[in-house]
Design a protein around this ligand. Structure first.
Ligand SMILES: Cc1ncc(COP(=O)(O)O)c(C=O)c1O
Length: 474
């Protein structure tokens, strides 16, 4: 058997599940098949087909609850910096103070997820007219929606204003003009806005770069002065209500160092605004990007640990600047939905490349999870329908697409008897899997099911070839 990459150890038991990788209610039962919420995955595959995204709904709700407890829920009082939980039901009207935790809908959005987010007392971040439409159609209180985007169209902005979304995160000088014109055309309307800043911090996984990354499309530069000019412009527009600043520094971040530095720079600008304009802005949104475990190498911080680190940094900076601590918001996407889902595939072919590895081809691929092909993301996998007595073999899990880069799991130890017909499960696929899925090779996109209380329900149905043909009008 070939050795794996340095970080990948040959497992003692190839059937074992490492808890941090799997939703809380996934186990390998006595019969050998994985179960989720008490249901066997082989039964789910038989009923719903493969590939299949499977959401452990109770796991997702628990993650929402942990973030809400750590950062506060929608409708928490402005003064509540204690991290007290917002009520899951008290704020269905929308409430005067959205925020606390905005679930980043770009990670995965459908109506069932919107309902869970609303019920769990979180707010919702959307970044397109389509995401806004899904949110509104599922009954998300508009005041608990924040709208993002570096190039929102006039129509998207107008729709958001007319719907009464709680926050619009303004991303450019052009947008300030566009939004002001929309507000002016609607007397009595004064949209609440946050200004998206570029703070010169870029964070990915365990590393962050503190003095780089001004060179990007999002936000207005603090160091370069564009942010201060945008503040002048917004404050000069009495039809816009500037509530504070927004910063998002990256993705898959495991420690709070990058957020702390971002907070320092943002609080610096809050103090400058107070000194220049005599205005104390009450809100600060530090974005998302909290890391999750995709492989056994990853050790994510808990929401409570993240909140403690970030709050301490914000409080210290504010004390130094003699500023009241602003209401803090965050926008986790991946950390809420990512670990709550896994994808179930059926193995189609197995090919051994002597002395190197074994290629295990499944019935999905880069069309249902582009992250490995797009940015080399690492995942893990396990044979899901049975327990295997075989020794581990180094495998690469690949899809069915016409691309040699169609890799789902680059390196994993699977049982040496992995064979066509086996079910394979890949954990951690809830974020940016279905939401970035494509129809490459005219492969229909998989269904999403939610499992809770020993019941499975389809929340996004499987696409069919008829769906594909329906768009192709000849
Ligand atoms: C502005 C903003 N907020 C939140 C997120 C969510 O990030 P994550 O899913 O990594 O938490 C993103 C992701 O790109 C983002 O751009």
């Amino acid at each position: 058997m070939s050795p794996g990459p340095e970080w990948l150890r040959v497992p003692e038991d190839v059937n074992a599940l490492v808890p941090v990788l799997w939703p809380a209610h996934v186990t390998r039962a006595g019969h050998g098949a994985l179960t989720v919420g008490g249901l066997r995955v082989d039964d789910l595959a038989a009923e719903f087909g493969t590939p299949l995204y499977v959401l452990d709904e109770a796991d997702m709700r628990a993650r929402c609850g942990a973030f809400r407890a750590a950062f506060g829920g929608a409708g928490s009082a402005t003064a509540d910096q204690s991290g007290g939980a917002g009520s899951a039901t008290a704020d269905q009207s929308g409430g005067p103070e959205p925020g606390g935790v905005y679930y980043a809908g770009k990670a995965f959005l459908c109506r069932a997820v919107v309902k869970i987010i609303a019920e769990e007392g979180l707010s919702l971040d959307v970044c397109s007219g389509g995401e806004l439409a899904v949110a509104l159609s599922a009954g998300m209180p508009p005041a608990r929606i924040g709208l993002h985007g570096n190039n929102k169209s006039v129509e998207e902005l107008a729709r958001a204003v007319d719907a009464g979304v709680g926050r619009i995160v303004v991303d450019s000088l052009d947008e300030i003009e566009r939004l002001s014109a929309i507000a002016r055309a609607r007397p009595g309307t004064r949209p609440a806005v946050l200004l998206r800043l570029t703070v010169g911090v870029e964070a990915h996984t365990h590393e962050f770069i503190a003095t780089a990354h001004e060179d990007q499309k999002f936000g207005l530069s603090v160091a370069g002065g564009a942010a201060a000019r945008a503040v002048d412009k917004i404050i000069g527009e009495d039809v816009l209500d500037l509530r504070g600043f927004h910063s998002h520094i990256g993705s898959q971040i495991f420690d709070t160092g990058g957020f702390e530095l971002a907070a320092r720079r943002v609080v610096g600008l809050l103090a400058a605004v107070r000194d220049t304009h005599g205005v104390t802005l009450p809100e600060l949104d530090l974005g998302g990007g909290f890391g999750i475990a995709y492989t056994t190498q990853d050790r994510p911080a808990t929401p409570a640990e993240l909140a403690a680190g970030i709050r301490a940094a914000v409080a210290a900076e504010c004390a130094a600047a003699r500023l009241a601590v602003p209401r803090l918001s965050v926008e986790p996407g991946r950390a809420i939905i990512g670990p709550a889902m896994f994808t179930l595939y059926r193995v189609g072919t197995v090919k051994e490349v002597a002395g190197l590895r074994t290629y295990v081809s499944v019935d999905g691929g880069m069309s249902d999870n582009i992250r490995s092909a797009l940015y080399g993301a690492a995942y893990s996998a396990t044979v899901a329908g049975r327990r295997s007595p075989a020794a581990p073999m180094l495998a690469r899990v690949v899809g069915k697409h016409c691309e040699s880069g169609d890799i789902l799991v680059k390196d994993e130890f699977l049982p040496a008897d992995t064979r066509p017909g086996d079910l394979l499960a890949v954990p951690g696929t809830g974020a940016y899997g279905r939401s970035m899925a494509s129809n490459y090779n005219h492969v229909p996109r998989p269904a999403v099911i939610a499992v809770a209380d020993r019941r499975a329900r389809v929340i996004v149905r499987r696409e069919t070839e008829d769906d594909l043909l329906a768009l192709d009008v000849g």
